[in-house]
Design a protein around this ligand. Sequence first.
Ligand SMILES: [Zn+2]
Ligand SMILES: [Zn+2]
Length: 511
Amino acid sequence: MIKAMKRLFTVLFASLLAVQVWAYNFQSGNLCYNITSSNNPYAVEVTYEGAWPPSNYSGLTTATIPEKVTYNGIEYSVTSIGDYAFNHCSSLTSVTIPNSVTNIGEAAFAFTGLTSITIPNSVTCIGSSAFQNCSTLSTVTIPNSVTNIGDYAFAHTGLTSVTIPNSVVSIDRGTFSECGDLKTVTIPESVASIGDYAFSGCSSLTSVTIPNSVTSMGYGAFNDCSSLTYNGYDNAYYLGNSENPYLCLIKAKSEYITSCEINGKCKFICNNAFEVNAFLYGYSSLTSVTIPNSVTTIGAAAFNDCRNLTSICYEGNSEPTYLPYAFTNVNETIPVCVPADYASTSWCGFSNLIKGHNKVTDAAVLATCTESGKTEGSHCSVCGKVFVAQEVIPAFGHEFVNYVYNNDATTEANGTETAVCERGCGATDTRVKEGTKLATSVSESAANTINIYAIGNTIVVENATEEIRVYNAMGALVGRDVARNACTIKINNPGVYIVKTGGAVKRVVVD
Ligand SMILES: [Zn+2]
Ligand SMILES: [Zn+2]
């Protein structure tokens, strides 16, 4: 019923426009065809069912496209899958394409439920958006008969890896963009250019090898590839291969860099590499850039709006190729340093050439005890190129050797000692002199402890504060003396004697 109504509508609509009644020429099995060659060799393309896309193959889950189809007694070869043929057939999960097909049309399988696809090696062209938004499409086999893959052909798909055959010479705009599951991609040596946004938004892409054959790369080819590891050098990011990791300069490290020395192995500077979104960040802060001899191409708008550039240093002998808008809005009178034997009178539209630089000497600076110094160097006063780098001589540091005691100890703390720097800078250093703390009153009192002992036939009593008495072993008093600091009492008979003074009592032996 619905189909009948659609056909009726198609008839009415087509009648009004006085074009063909049916959108397709004939139906065979569950597929519709348009005759593309009504002469020998007879050929058809698979087309959508209905008057206009999206296709009406509603509910179709599997499509087996035949190599040949017969209509009105004529056998046609199926050579193409027409534009939009299966577009928006979300139920379609599997398709078999025969070896007779050479072309897959624009958006032919876009928005379908395909999970994998094997493209036969008769196909030479995969149209724009052919598989776009097949979010479940995780694997694809692209044969090396394919020379052309159209814009956005595999954009927004579930591809996890892709091998591009070495028959492909260019990867077009957005071809693999927004493939969030794409982790690895192999770009063959046949590819010369990578289009704008080719892999942008491939957030899982961790590494990519750019072969030496690639000579140009469009704007944002790897934008928003948040997992991608770039090769950094000075203030820019590069992609390349194991032989040359700095093949192409992709972008500046930030919107705020002021200078950039481009790696000496870089072959091309990508489109818009140093362009800054002035609306978000203001004009680029870049004031100087050094471009090595290895750079052969400066991409479109690479330095667009770098209005703060005040000099350029170019190290090659002949002018590189520069694409449109490479230096738009850069003051064309700024000096460009080139080698003394540079062949031309202009460089990428700039004519204020400084041949052989303007070399100036950077004087040596002596180091001191506290300030570092520098060796003599030289550089170009125009572009800043350094000929002889100044090396830093570290500060010497003070030299303190002869410390003199300051005689400032107290009973509370050690005293100090001070030295003057031997290098004559006038600096001094004062440090604690250990062991100089003065004795306290407590220890003075300790020094007055009563000592009683005998030397030969003499009893010695020190620091006595009361009368001293000496008794023999029988307890008889045999000698006495008044209190004094050092008292000696001579004994006539050897033996054991008891000495008492105040509370102190001591037994001594006299010889
Ligand atoms: Zn210079
Ligand atoms: Zn010093």
